[in-house]
Design a binder for this molecule. Structure first.
Ligand SMILES: [Zn+2]
Length: 484
């Protein structure tokens, strides 16, 4: 898309299991008075904030560590809440005990030709070792600094809570879309790949989740660059181009090393090479717009100089941004002899290689071959290639988000598109519904990415409650802007 550059919209100073069984669940309503102080006025920000906090605290107290997940109790509780607010709700399960939630709010007079807006999240979490936490990971403790603690406080029960608090508040006030459809999808099983969750819904029930717009995790982070502050908008995800490097030697008894030829030792230069090699920059559309939006790629500066400026101005942030800009190749697994006293005739190292969104498979493999070219006596096998995925850098959703941030945090310096180095459930929606525009967006006004990122999948995960209410307001206002 030539000329399709995000900067035109920035502001401020810078411009399965296919045999799985499907089960439908009956849902009973939960009284709203139990969770929300005042729902008659959707513009009552304090009431919305209190509602989101109550929801998050309750969600964290459901232990949904995956495996095994055990999401059913949490999902039924959410289903009751949404039913009570006027949504039509369905629980769809690939296996018993792991239902996905789909809730819909339609215009009074029928759908019309407006868009389907899906607020997407997942309710499962990774594990937590309570012994290494300062507060119990399922207590939802709120400390004196206004931080709510618990597994899922960032990834991503906070977004589930903010999305549903916004949707329930709107529905309870009597609001309905003028046209189109508001849909909430709370998936299970994201943390181990979505086989029973978003992937299963998209592949087995596309008619139930077909959508035009998705808001999901993977963006909205606060990016501090020197004394400037930017918000990220997740527009895509990197792909993978995983490979195996193999060396061969000659087996022998380990007591007589001169007789054999140790394939493991032949791997030493390979690992040394991977340790210090830095692949060239590959600026596809979004990363190019990112560096421009951050004000780093200006005035004839080369991309390499822009990266150097990033390292100088934001040394803590740079390691989180740089993977978006190039192929990365990280050795993570090794196998050689299976016996302590046998010199291995063969050694294999597995490399987790990640490729920018917008790079095709052939280019990615060429990068890997170039990387490994200086090494002699190795075999190279590609084991898994999945190209990255992404959504347009401009359009009504990007405009709505950019406008909302400009109005609600006028001191900030802009919105920039980011590419997630990993995957989220957005990939299944982008793959199944190529026309849909999916974005990662949970705006953090107070906690920068350098603080939130290390908490994900780690001990002491917690969220600033001001950010939770900021996000809930964003979903409320974006939904009404996109659906009327
Ligand atoms: Zn997540």
């Amino acid at each position: 898309m030539p000329g399709n550059r995000f900067r035109t919209l920035t502001w401020g100073r810078y411009a399965l299991d296919r045999r799985a069984r499907c089960e439908a669940h009956a849902v009973s309503a939960v009284p709203l008075a139990a969770v929300a102080p005042s729902l008659s006025d959707p513009n009552h920000d304090e009431a919305l904030a209190a509602h989101a906090q109550t929801l998050l605290a309750q969600l964290i107290q459901f232990n949904t560590v995956n495996p095994p997940g055990n999401e059913e109790a949490a999902q039924e509780w959410l289903a009751g809440l949404l039913t009570g607010a006027g949504f039509s709700v369905e629980l769809l399960s690939a296996v018993p005990g792991r239902p996905n939630l789909i809730a819909e709010l339609a215009p009074t007079g029928g759908r019309g030709d407006g868009p389907i807006v899906t607020l997407l999240s997942h309710v499962d979490t990774v594990l937590a070792d309570a012994a290494s936490w300062q507060h119990d990971p399922w207590s939802a403790h709120v400390d004196d600094d206004g931080m709510l603690w618990g597994r899922g406080a960032i990834d991503m029960k906070s977004q589930t809570a903010a999305e549903i608090a916004a949707a329930v508040t709107l529905a309870q006030s009597g609001w309905r879309p003028a046209t189109g459809l508001l849909r909430i999808v709370v998936a299970v099983d994201e943390e181990v790949g979505g086989t029973l969750g978003a992937r299963w819904l998209c592949e087995e029930h596309p008619e139930r989740v077909r959508t035009d717009i998705v808001l999901n995790e993977g963006g909205g982070a606060l990016l501090p660059i020197g004394d400037r502050r930017f918000y990220s908008l997740g527009v895509g995800e990197k792909g993978v181009c995983r490979f195996v490097v193999r060396t061969r030697g000659r087996a022998a008894h380990a007591s007589t090393p001169g007789v054999g030829d140790n394939a493991l030792l032949r791997m030493v230069p390979v690992l040394a090479h991977l340790a210090q090699a830095e692949l060239q920059l590959d600026l596809t559309d979004a990363p190019q717009a990112l560096l421009e939006g951050l004000g780093l790629l200006t005035d004839g500066r080369s991309p390499e100089e822009a990266v150097q400026a990033l390292r100088e101005q934001a040394p803590d942030l740079a390691p989180l941004i740089e993977p978006m800009l190039r192929v990365t190749a990280v050795p993570t697994m090794v196998s050689a002899s299976s016996k302590i006293n046998v010199i291995p005739a063969r050694c294999e190292v597995r490399v987790d290689c990640r490729i920018p969104a917008g790079m095709d498979a052939e280019t990615a493999r060429a990068r890997v071959r170039d990387l490994m070219a200086p090494l002699e006596g190795i075999e190279l096998d590609f084991t898994e290639t999945i190209v990255g995925n992404g959504s347009p850098l401009q359009g009504p959703v990007v405009e709505a988000i950019t406008g909302w941030l400009k109005a609600n945090d006028p001191e900030a310096d802009g919105v920039v598109p980011t590419i997630l180095p990993g995957f989220t459930d957005s990939r299944w929606f982008r793959a199944t519904f190529p026309e849909c525009a999916a974005y990662g967006f949970f705006p953090h006004r107070h906690m920068p990415l350098t603080q939130t990122y290390p908490m994900m999948h780690a001990a002491d995960e917690r969220i600033d409650l001001r950010d939770l209410s900021f996000a809930a307001r964003a979903y409320r206002d974006l939904v009404t802007e996109l659906l009327g």
